[in-house]
Ligand binder design. Sequence first.
Ligand code: GDP
Length: 359
Amino acid sequence: MNKKKLSYKKALQEKKGVDNEIPSLNPAFKKIKNSLDIPLEQYIEEIKKGNVVFLSKAITLIESTNPQRFEKGQKILKNLLPYTGNSIRIGVTGVPGVGKSTFIEKLGKKYTSAGHKVAVLAIDPSSSLTKGSILGDKTRMEELSRDPGAYIRPTASGNALGGVARKTRETVLLCEAAGFDRIIIETVGVGQSETMVHSLSDFFLLLKLAGAGDELQGIKRGIIEMADLIVINKAEGDNLPPAKLAQKAFQSALHFYPPKENGWQTKVFLASALENKGIGKVQKEIDIYIAEMKKNSFFDRKRKEQEAYWLHKTIDTYLLDSFYRRKEVKQAIREMESMTANNEITSFEAAEIILKKFL
Ligand code: GDP
């Protein structure tokens, strides 16, 4: 082949891509890119040191649906378990717009300026239902997010609230291992999310607004019993008198509830997150609660009960999941639905037939 022909042929050939040949400026950085490539020991050491880059990567692993990543996340968590539990877990709930972000930012700042390390996590039930987000798409807690003593983790998402709960719970543990000693878990008062946050926290705070005498209407059953403190937010200016009325209404309503087993009396406070008023009092109330609960041993008891609750919950979620995912179950459900609709079979019989397919 003459030279001319050769170069012509060469020109038609594809060259090897050059991307791979560019040397990485920092080989260590390139390595860090893939969370799976980082050795387990490094995760553990760095998280224990409070390295938030590694903490974030580990959280992403436990949130992952990829089996390899998930497994790595679980290994990290397992190794870090001895370093968890040393925080106060504070649940905050309230309807959208009540001022949760503003309030949490101010409370968070109080904690960081007292030398605490604060992690803020959120459970957003809307993301699992609509893929939209009540909590996620606002610019949130800008000041706190710039604070080196704070770590804000955007909402865990998932198809089922149970899955979101697991991720949030494991995220709490990872944050504790990283030295965060105040963990604030936020949720919107939608669906079952408050019950879930309540079962993840030591102290449960309900934020409310003053309404025109309808404070107690539209409030979900059970939520008052769950609250360890009710805070009427936006209690400033013209809103102060109605806020005081709301405070009275809640206070007298609380008398109708049976006393709590742990002896705690839920109070109703006023605050203005915007004007940074009343936040210190809330902070103190949380401290008093924790001190009392540690003294009467309800603190440990509650955590143990929560562990048991999540054990059962995990089994429930797993069983339901594997039940409804089975092909033969899906088919049987379709068949039985039309049979029950035509009165050919009772729903009990139908359920038994479907369950037999699974068992
Ligand atoms: P979230 O949806 O519950 O997280 O509520 P945000 O913290 O995002 O607050 C909703 C709106 O209420 C924002 O415009 C806040 O600036 C405002 N806001 C929050 N706290 C207060 C407060 O104490 N007083 C007043 N006047 N406005 C507040």
